[in-house]
Write a protein that binds this ligand. Structure first.
Ligand code: NOJ
Length: 542
């Protein structure tokens, strides 16, 4: 299908945790000014859009996803002026900025909730209250390790309130038109500062209905479509990125349009995370077998021509195993999280490099898949240099440690005596060995490899927009597919095993090695990968 090129469809995203990135004032916490100081690093890396994790005032029970004031900036991070300056600094370098909009819930410290629990108008029905805790019994619990119910008793109000995440994060009542309007106004406020859009958090759960699992309900889609219409009308260049950790067929409606006709423009979200492909990349790698990836991509429906998937290898949460079978989950835990401390809820709280035992080949191979399979790639801060994690830290904090800039004090992140959390300091991933400065000084570093993958990705629209066609080969360790766009075809070859894989390759230009291959036998080395540009219409022999 022919796609028109829209900026977000060919963009590389960088997910940035402000607290961890750079501390500009020596208080031990990263801040917005620190991000501005390091904006050139991001521009040089070649990314197009920064996704900032929440920077709102918050008691930080869920690290900022529990918002106490939608109209401000957490004091640790700076001020609204700093936020504006960050956007300007990004725009001056041709980068865009999106941030999280947490729609589904607030903090219990939010003044709306405080007023609501006292029964004060007009906030009485801003949250979902009930006299009993047995409603919506079919809704699953998400933070399984912490919560035993989606209802919590509130002494002051004398009722239970509904929450899909921590009990300190009461769900807003989206059946209340006033709540719906509040979210419109909040979005307008941030867009007027110059933002380029939002990553909309936890959208499947906005509305509850008895007898359903309270996810992906038609009423939720109706509201989100109205939200999009407002954005299109008032901020036509902005994007909305949907966080719905669901199967591809259940994410498809979040793009809107017509499920049977991808030429009908989407009218809900511009982008949506493709959650289920992520664990399958790790699964395929460990098994040395392409099947999990091929199967999930074949199960992925077409999306409207004006939309795009977002893909990622890791993010600030646990590597979620919600979108796999129970058997696969057990297998993934056994393979990738042998120590119980590595597990959290239905996932694995580890970073990319430790997940693959710091194998440079495997880190690159997974990144190659990230850049060549459909979807705009998102790089999680620190993964571009192969940072490690700290499983001794609570919750997901182990993958949110300070960015490792150099081998100096606190990894060059902060001059403070004590930082919000210590920089990784172990013999393998410690900042003395893994840091930006060293990698910038070394042309063979992972960081430079990432620069190259990003640069070529941006030169080759077929990788972002091309049709996907898997190719068969008797050896299932070979994951081979073509991306074709505008009469250009790129053949992407990935060897998922630790032995060489032989194939017959067509005459082609090797985009990464800068060499021409003549038709004939080719061996892809263990965990190797190639991006080959082939003449349009030419037979690809495998
Ligand atoms: C998804 C976010 O990625 C996660 O960090 C957060 O805890 C939940 N939504 C709740 O907001």
């Amino acid at each position: 299908m022919k796609r028109r090129k829209l900026w977000y469809q060919t963009a590389v995203f960088y997910e940035l945790y402000v607290r961890a990135f750079k501390d500009s004032d020596g208080d031990g916490h990263g801040d917005l000014k620190g991000v501005i100081e390091r904006m050139d690093y991001l521009a040089d890396l070649g990314v197009d859009c920064i996704w900032l994790l929440p920077t709102y005032p918050s008691p930080l029970v869920d690290d900022g996803y529990d918002i106490a004031d939608y109209y401000g900036v957490h004091a640790d991070y700076g001020s609204l002026e700093d936020f504006k300056a960050l956007i300007e600094a990004a725009h001056a370098r041709g980068l865009r900025v999106v941030t999280d909009l947490v729609m589904n819930h607030t903090s219990d410290q939010h003044p709306w909730f405080q007023a609501s629990r006292r029964g004060e108008a007009p906030y009485t029905d801003y949250y979902v209250w009930s006299d009993t805790d047995d409603k919506y019994a079919d809704a699953r619990i998400i933070f399984l390790d912490t919560e035993s119910s989606n209802w919590t008793w509130d002494e002051e109000r004398g009722q239970y309130f509904w929450h899909r995440f921590y009990s300190q994060q009461p769900d807003l009542n989206f059946d209340n038109p006033a709540v719906q309007e509040e979210l419109f106004d909040i979005a307008r406020f941030w867009m007027d500062l110059g933002l380029d859009g939002f990553r909309a958090d936890a959208v499947p759960y906005l509305i509850e209905r008895e007898g359903t699992n309270c996810e992906n309900l038609p009423e939720t889609h109706d509201y989100l479509k109205r939200f999009r219409a407002m954005m299109d009308e008032e901020y036509p260049d902005a994007i909305l990125l949907c966080e719905a950790n669901q199967w591809p067929e259940d994410v498809r409606p979040y793009f809107g349009g017509d499920a049977d006709d991808p030429t009908v423009p989407g009218d809900e979200f511009h982008m949506g995370f493709h959650f289920p492909v992520m664990p399958r990349l790790y699964m395929a790698l460990k098994r040395g077998n392409r099947t999990p990836v091929v199967d999930i991509m074949k199960r992925t429906p077409e999306i409207p021509a004006n939309t795009q998937w977002c893909t990622f290898l890791r993010n600030h949460d646990e590597l979620t195993l919600e979108m796999v079978t129970e058997e696969e989950r057990q297998w993934m835990w056994k393979q990738y999280a042998p120590d119980p401390r590595m597990r959290l809820n239905l996932g694995i709280r580890r970073r990319l490099a430790p997940l693959v035992d710091n194998s440079r080949h495997k880190i690159e191979l997974l990144n190659s898949l990230l850049f060549t399979l459909p979807g705009s790639p998102i790089i999680y801060y620190g993964d571009e240099i192969g940072m490690g994690d700290n499983i001794q830290l609570h919750d997901r904090n182990g993958v949110r440690t300070p960015m490792q800039w150099d081998n100096g004090r606190n990894a060059g992140f902060s001059t403070a005596a004590i930082t919000y959390t210590p920089a990784i300091d172990d013999p393998i991933y410690g900042y003395q060995r893994v840091n930006v400065a060293d990698q910038l000084a070394n042309p063979t570093s992972l960081l430079y490899r990432m620069h190259k993958l990003i640069a070529i990705y941006k030169e080759q629209p077929a990788l972002a927009l091309g049709d996907l066609n898997f190719l068969d080969h008797p050896d299932r360790a070979l994951l081979a597919f073509e991306r074709t766009y505008n009469k250009e075809t790129i053949l992407c070859l990935h060897n998922l095993s630790q032995r060489g894989v032989k194939l017959r390759a067509p005459t082609s230009w090797d985009l990464l090695a800068d060499v021409t291959w003549h038709e004939g036998l080719m061996t892809i080395p263990p965990f190797g990968y190639r991006w080959l540009k082939i003449e349009f219409g030419r037979q690809r022999l495998l």
